[in-house]
Design a binder for this molecule. Structure first.
Ligand SMILES: [Zn+2]
Ligand SMILES: [Zn+2]
Length: 179
């Protein structure tokens, strides 16, 4: 589902993505609509610049494995951690990968660029971001999990990170803040 201009989401046929080295192709089974997707849809959200396929909270099955991603096999049930941080910038080196300066987030637009998300039949993801799902966790239950971060993202964004403990748990449809 393509976000083409504000307030216009439309079904379009797009080529099936091909996983590159250390990537997997996930066949999406469940995707949540985050509050940030709604504000993106309305327009003016710098993290949703069209053209873009949104969807950063999802789960699914492995459809195809790229070279080097052979830890997984087709039909494996998986969740995906959607924060694709660089690991080398100063925030990453301080353990603040959630505010990496160079990161992509699946289904969003960041400074580094846009990355098509899971409001689609298939989505690409780095193999290292794949989390196998236990059988007792349904696709719907798992979908919001990948975007959750046990980290001080909110505090850092508001410039009030110093002195705070890492007790904030965030995900799209729910947010629980501890003092
Ligand atoms: Zn980084
Ligand atoms: Zn979200």
């Amino acid at each position: 589902m393509y976000f083409t201009v504000p307030r216009d989401l439309r079904y379009e046929s797009v080529p099936r993505p091909v996983p590159g080295r250390n990537e997997v192709l996930v066949r999406v089974k469940s995707v949540s609509i985050c509050g940030s997707d709604l504000s993106g849809y309305r327009g003016g959200n710098p993290m949703r610049v069209p053209p873009l396929i949104m969807g950063h909270e999802f789960s699914g099955e492995i459809a195809e494995c790229g070279e080097g991603a052979d830890k997984f096999k087709p039909k494996d049930r998986v969740g995906v951690i959607t924060n694709l941080y660089c690991g080398t910038c100063s925030n990453c080196r301080q353990g603040l990968q959630n505010v990496c300066e160079n990161r992509f987030i699946i289904g969003t637009t960041m400074k580094a660029g846009s990355y098509n998300g899971a409001m689609a039949e298939y989505v690409l993801a780095p193999a290292e971001k794949i989390v196998p799902l236990p059988d007792h966790v349904s696709f719907n239950e798992a979908a919001p999990g990948g975007a959750s971060v046990d980290s001080p993202a909110g505090d850092k964004a508001r410039g009030e990170y110093e002195g705070k403990e890492r007790r904030r748990f965030r995900c799209g449809t729910h947010r629980v803040n501890s003092p």
